[in-house]
Write a protein that binds this ligand. Structure first.
Ligand SMILES: [Zn+2]
Ligand SMILES: [Zn+2]
Length: 141
């Protein structure tokens, strides 16, 4: 049996190979997560400070949820910088920035010369949308 000290409460517990916290703290963290989740459900775009004050959950715990990808920063306004663990670029969630994530997946493929066809496309569809509206207006007259 692998006995370890829980990093949160300091008690000895049987490490099962996956969970870093003791069962008691794991339960606490799960309750914390539910609190944060419930709060963000009613109050999207809350800051970490607000969530911390309203739920009583520690800022570190909230940040940990974001790092674990359990919370996405879309619903939470980040008032601190989460940094890419590889290049240090500011990121909104997870451990790596988009660039590093792509590089880690692609391996050696350089991702510097990346075209952005999605932007062109959305512009085109904007125009189409406006033209459609005018057309509809004329049609109704
Ligand atoms: Zn513990
Ligand atoms: Zn990076």
């Amino acid at each position: 049996m692998d006995l370890r000290n829980c990093p949160r409460c300091g008690k000895l517990f049987a490490y099962d190979g996956t969970h870093k916290l003791c069962p008691v703290c794991r339960n606490d963290e799960e309750e914390d997560f539910q609190k944060v989740k419930d709060y963000l459900w009613d109050n999207p775009h809350a800051t970490i400070e607000e969530v911390h004050e309203e739920t009583g959950v520690e800022r570190e715990t909230i940040i940990k949820f974001i790092k674990d990808n359990r919370l996405i920063a879309e619903g939470i306004e980040l008032d601190f910088l989460l940094e890419c663990e590889r290049c240090g670029a500011p990121i909104s969630h997870g451990r790596y920035c988009e660039k590093c994530q792509n590089e880690l997946i692609d391996g050696f493929t350089p991702s510097s010369k990346k075209e952005t066809p999605t932007k062109k496309f959305s512009r085109k569809s904007d125009k189409m949308f406006i033209a459609d509206r005018i057309k509809n207006k004329n049609y109704r007259r």
